[in-house]
Ligand binder design. Sequence first.
Ligand code: ADP
Ligand code: MG
Length: 732
Amino acid sequence: MAYLRFKALEMLSFKDYRKDNAVEVPAKLSELFCQNVFSEETMRSYLTQDAFKLIQDAIKRGTKIQRDVADQIAVAMKDWALSKGATHYTHWFQPLTGSTAEKHDSFFTPFESDRAIERFSGGMLIQQEPDASSFPNGGIRNTFEARGYTAWDPTSPAFIVGTTLCIPSIFISYTGETLDYKAPLLRALHALDTAATDICKSYFDKNVTKVSPTLGWEQEYFLVDSALYQSRPDLVITGKTLLGHSPAKGQQLDDHYFGSIPTRVMNFMKELEIECMKLGIPVTTRHNEVAPNQFELAPMFEEVNVAVDHNSLLMDIMARVAHKHHFHILFHEKPFAGVNGSGKHNNWSLATDTGENLLSPGKNPKKNLQFLTFFVNTLKAVHDYADLLRASIASASNDHRLGANEAPPAIISAFIGTQLFSVLEELEKVTDGKLSPEEKTELKLNVVGKIPMILLDNTDRNRTSPFAFTGNKFEIRAVGSSANCAEVMTVMNSIMAKQLQEFKVEVDALIEKGLKKDEAIFNILREYIKVSKNIMFEGDGYSDDWALEAEKRGLSNLKTTPEALKREMDDKFVALYESLGIYTHREVEARNEIKLEKYSTVISIEATVLCDIARNHIIPCALNYQNRLIENVKGLKDIFSEKEFKKLAGEQMNMIAEISGHVSIIKVEVDRLLGAISTAKSAANSQLMAEIFCNEVIPLFDKIRASSDALEMMVDDELWPMTKYRELLFTR
Ligand code: ADP
Ligand code: MG
């Protein structure tokens, strides 16, 4: 193993990847934009005017595409793809494994005995049948029809990767259960659109016919040299390091954040951006992050469904491009102890088809009332469904981050800035029932009317809040870097849809009773503010005081995935999904089961890998070095007098004893860990199993690691088998 470590380091020093992989960027990146996308512009030139109009209606208004139109679109897509050198097509989907899936079929179709053509029909475009039996299904398939199929999602454009035409699709079982991330997301977006459009139309602007939630994600990641990566079995198998002493220099100097980007990384970024441009992923921002070898990439925001697809596609492309630059990309939330982990902020807002951002204050009181309506409803939704939001970002790897003083805590609170907070406090004082003319004027001029001015100089930037209002959008900060954004977006848009539906009913009831529209809205908002104030927190989310304060307020602090997932099955949450038609009870259950199983599997693999490395690499290495020390002591004894020997060999003898101490701790703890793994595996159900892994298995990691890391500091560097943190983190 030490051989592998040094071989990796040697490979690195002999290479000059900086020069070998220099990337030429065209003068105008914009010219590459959407080159490999079956974009609106491409459709316009490949389709008849009628077909073009019909597909645009399907994209923008969700109308159904008839079979003959699908045939036309398929032919156009194929012609375009062939012109780009594509030979195959695939339905591209996002099963619950967490990565994207594809099954390529060739356009090539033989006929008669010796002839062939390239063929692609509407039927092939609309539906494909991958062998679904190996994807996670949470037991759905035990009782239902075993097969599943993928179906084209025309609202996300097809694209070409390599020589394959990729068609974004949903994945469902033949009995109708969703088996992927996209299908429920589309349902949630539809529910949100209906509810929000209704409110816009009824109260604010008749011209609005569609509301689309928007998402701007920010993707953090680590890059590790490929050879060094390959030399660490824990990284290869679990995506994170399970052992490793912190380097003398970590991130204490904060010199990496926004620092100049290393050349080799820059080459990777340039090539990545070229690929993103061609695929229509509008990336605009890149920079170093806080930890050494940690970076971030962010695009211009897009409609949620497309943004989610783009993030999934990006993660895939990033891994491939990294490979070309001899890097391995780590999306794990906490690959290294002692330095920051990675997250994926989800910036979320609502856009109307009239070009307005509903979470952006306007220029007049009317627009501001619209802003306040959506703003306060968002807070109320998050207040009522905080635990569901928490569950949507729960994973074994994200547990390391949440609450670790580098990412928001597991307590869901909202930060809105002191000035908006005081606006809400004013609104809380609004009279019950009808408002006096004076009060109306006062509200118009001094409360609602002042919002844009307030926001202009609102520089509050609380980085410790999991849900922060940042001027014209909310930023959900607790999402893990490896997560599929769809999950949190499905929850966010579902809870908002539900909330808006309720709001409409309540406001209409007051209007019915004789209140004016604005009065009714103010009355309901006042009540929402009273209830939701509980989750508003402007202070330091990392502090212990906040945990205590949150407890007093009765807020949940679901620190671990099993705790969060247990809440997910709450009747209230299941009812929410059922009423909006997003999931059936069975689907909620199946997904919950899948996540619990995944949690246990991840911890089980980590535990097993840790035991293997400790027994097969660390202990032998420690004993090897100890033997050297013993030889040394024996030699000293041979050549020195008893008195001198005692003086000279004292330290070595202590080290020999210390090594034995650590070796025996490792041995004992590994045995306990193996025992705990089998206890966990024999648990009666998935919830219990995940809890045992969480509470009985994970705590045992620490002692093994502590002794191993102590040995790393004692043993001769040349013998140490595991590539060290300083090598992994500072080699670029
Ligand atoms: P910051 O100061 O936090 O960097 P930015 O305004 O630069 O704020 O935005 C950061 C992220 O927010 C970007 O990914 C961007 O696309 C996204 N974003 C901006 N406006 C919106 C919006 N209306 N809806 C969704 N995301 C948005
Ligand atoms: Mg951010």
